[in-house]
Design a protein around this ligand. Structure first.
Ligand code: SF4
Ligand code: SF4
Length: 75
């Protein structure tokens, strides 16, 4: 868990859109929390328990497959 953000109280989460993900591996490499992994044969996934919500992966995904979802607006 990162010291600057509190994943438990931040009102949003990050999610990879399986239909947009091209499994390029960029996000996994830049995620310092080690929260991103490849699901065998499927799109990459973000482990919400590990994600510190830093937003770095969003900037690195050139396919815009990673979204920030507001948890209190019905997504
Ligand atoms: S950077 Fe984007 S396209 Fe590449 S593996 Fe991550 S989510 Fe998928
Ligand atoms: S927001 Fe940060 S911690 Fe969460 S998956 Fe993306 S790079 Fe990793």
């Amino acid at each position: 868990m990162g010291p600057k953000t509190n994943p438990d109280t931040a009102p949003y989460r990050y999610q990879i859109n399986a239909e947009e993900c091209r499994s390029c591996d960029r996000c996994r490499k830049v995620c310092m929390a080690g929260a991103i992994s490849e699901e065998r044969g499927k799109a990459y996934v973000i482990d919400e328990q590990k994600c510190t919500k830093c937003g770095t992966c969003v900037k690195w995904c050139k396919y815009k497959a990673i979204q920030r979802l507001d948890m209190y607006s019905g997504e």
